[in-house]
Design a protein around this ligand. Structure first.
Ligand code: ATP
Length: 222
């Protein structure tokens, strides 16, 4: 469960707040897409869940065993640093102090990237890179996976594969997914809940409710 109670956050510690009194409760097993305009505070909310930063006031409680985080980019994308997919994942495995190396093979298999073990990280496409980031997050066997715009820079087919995979691990493995999304179609099609951030306030609804409100606000008939 992720529960926010009257959560305020400002980078300066005083008003104006980026997050201005957030209340939400997400049960384990949900697939939540967090949407909102640029600068509405989506990544800030993720940083609070990840405990990278602390609330200015209020509380955020995360009741899960292990959290996996998929950032938008990794340090090796678009770089000439000569590190292979395996080496990148293996360094992360060591960081997590996981003994078995089989976990790398398993994670690569899960995201359909087994053939890329010896490929240099810097030569991967956007979609392939994103899958490796997801594989990296899976090494720690998370029960909560947080993603920051997983489809950025990924072509249509790659996006389809990534979202299918996220839906699969959510449904079949019960992993709670919280994903910052600019891709509204993906948010509506894949998530069980949508959290819409606007002017520091948030609104949790089902994808159906989101579509209805979105169309209503644009004055369109259903
Ligand atoms: N480290 C920081 N220091 C100061 N202000 C910041 C910092 N990070 C973000 N902000 C500000 O906080 C606000 C929210 O930023 P945040 O990155 O959370 O928004 P976002 O919804 O994720 O945006 P985007 O969709 O563009 O990624 C913005 O006004 C941003 O300029």
């Amino acid at each position: 469960m992720i529960k926010a109670d009257n959560l305020f956050f400002s980078y300066t510690g005083s008003p104006p707040y980026v997050l201005d009194g957030i209340n939400w409760e997400i049960r384990n097993g949900e697939y939540v897409s967090v949407v909102g305009e640029n600068g509405s505070g989506k990544s800030t909310l993720m940083r609070l869940i990840l405990k990278f930063i602390k609330p200015t006031s209020g509380r955020i409680a995360v009741q899960t065993k292990r959290i996996g985080y998929v950032p938008q980019k990794n340090d090796f994308s678009n770089s000439n640093f000569p590190i292979t997919v395996y080496e990148a994942l293996n360094s992360y495995r060591k960081l997590l102090k996981i003994k078995s190396k089989d976990i790398i093979t398993d994670a690569l298999e899960q995201v359909g990237m087994s053939d890329f073990t010896d490929v240099l990280m810097g030569t991967l496409s956007g979609g392939q890179n994103q899958k490796i980031l997801i594989a990296r997050a899976l090494l720690g066997k998370p029960d909560l996976l947080i993603l920051d715009e997983p489809s950025t820079g990924v072509d249509i087919n790659g996006q389809k594969e990534i979202y299918e995979f996220l839906k699969k691990i959510n449904k079949e493995n019960g992993i709670t997914v919280v994903s910052v999304e600019h891709n509204l179609d993906a948010a509506i099609s894949n998530s069980t809940l949508i959290y819409h951030l606007m002017c520091g306030q948030g609104h949790l609804c089902t994808p159906r409710q989101y579509v209805d409100e979105f169309l209503k606000n644009r004055g369109e008939k259903r």
